[in-house]
Design a protein around this ligand. Structure first.
Ligand SMILES: NC(=O)C1=CN([C@@H]2O[C@H](COP(=O)(O)OP(=O)(O)OC[C@H]3O[C@@H](n4cnc5c(N)ncnc54)[C@H](O)[C@@H]3O)[C@@H](O)[C@H]2O)C=CC1
Ligand SMILES: O=C(O)C1=N[C@H](C(=O)O)C[C@H](O)C1
Length: 265
């Protein structure tokens, strides 16, 4: 008998949540066991036109969630809610697969301790797209030789957090191999505040928000008489789905909380 992985999708009314519901529903190894979103007014997905054929409980409050039997918690919610959600999931021994950005280093540390204590596998992936995972790895490699780097991330204009989780994670990965240094002219002055962007250990991060964009990142390196630009583009949210599916399939095999899809690929 094939045992399906029972998945709850948190944030199912949002852009990523909708795409995830469709992917989980179409994957023969997964069972869409529940969905959660405080914006929900329904009690079953079959009350929504596009999901008429599905019999799936809908929750609008964390404490209502009947967690027994759930295997994996996929979270695409908001920076303000992700910590409480993941804590709840770990306490119920549901493996979290987290795409939501905006967790602080302290929060990630606390969740990693809890996952270890509960012996529950989980993943926080700043980006589930393979092009973004590769971009971060290539950028880390390049920074060993070209330590002067700036990051430009470009997203749709509904995004809540800046810089993006991917840009911040790119900077963190680069910082592991790059000697901290001040870039640009040490005497430079911003005549318009913010002109030089955000600063992560001397690396500048610039956030663009425009309609029409989905999710894009460029990492620019400058050397003596040369430059390197690495770029990735997510033109459609489908780009994140194979990464989410891999994470759902594998995450129960672990007993710790990883940061970065590359750890389970
Ligand atoms: N890691 C990755 O590959 C990706 C990550 N993201 C991240 O996913 C998050 C969601 O992005 P979008 O879908 O574009 O946002 P969205 O705003 O379209 O959707 C968020 C949904 O979460 C719901 N929500 C708010 N509080 C909640 C709570 N406490 N519990 C459950 N649901 C709650 C909202 O009502 C909304 O329906 C963002 O942090 C974004 O940066 C987005 C794309 C890819
Ligand atoms: O909000 C988004 O859309 C995205 N968020 C993630 C991030 O902050 O890096 C991943 C991807 O860039 C899309």
């Amino acid at each position: 008998m094939v045992v399906m992985i029972k998945v709850i999708v948190a944030g199912f009314k949002g852009r990523m949540g909708k795409t995830t519901v469709q992917m989980v529903n179409e994957n023969q190894d997964f069972e869409l066991a529940a969905v959660y979103d405080p914006r929900a007014t329904e009690s079953n997905l079959n009350e929504i036109n596009e999901y008429q054929a599905l019999d799936v409980p809908v929750y609008s409050e964390l404490q209502q969630i009947k967690s027994a039997g759930l295997d994996v918690w996929v979270d695409f919610t908001s920076p303000a809610s992700v910590f409480a959600n993941v804590k709840f999931a770990l306490e119920q021994r549901i493996s979290p697969v987290i795409g939501t950005t905006g967790l602080t280093d302290e929060q990630v540390g606390e969740l990693q301790r809890l996952a270890k204590e509960k012996k529950v596998g989980g993943l926080i992936a700043p980006n589930f797209g393979i092009s973004a995972v590769l971009l971060m790895q290539f950028a880390q490699q390049a920074a060993k030789y070209l330590p002067d780097v700036e990051i430009i991330e470009m997203h749709h204009n509904n995004k809540l957090d800046a810089p993006s989780g991917t840009a911040l994670n790119t900077a963190k990965m680069i910082a592991k191999v790059r000697k901290e240094k001040v870039q640009g002219n040490p005497d430079e002055k911003e005549t318009l505040p913010g002109a030089r962007g955000a600063d992560y250990q001397g690396m500048k991060i610039h956030s663009v928000r425009l309609p029409g964009y989905v999710a894009h990142e460029q990492v620019l390196f400058g050397g003596l008489g040369e430059a390197l630009t690495i770029r990735q583009d997510s033109f459609d949210r489908i780009s994140f789905m194979s990464g989410v599916a891999v994470a759902i399939s594998k995450i129960k095999n672990y007993d710790e909380l990883f940061v970065g899809l590359e750890h389970i690929l």
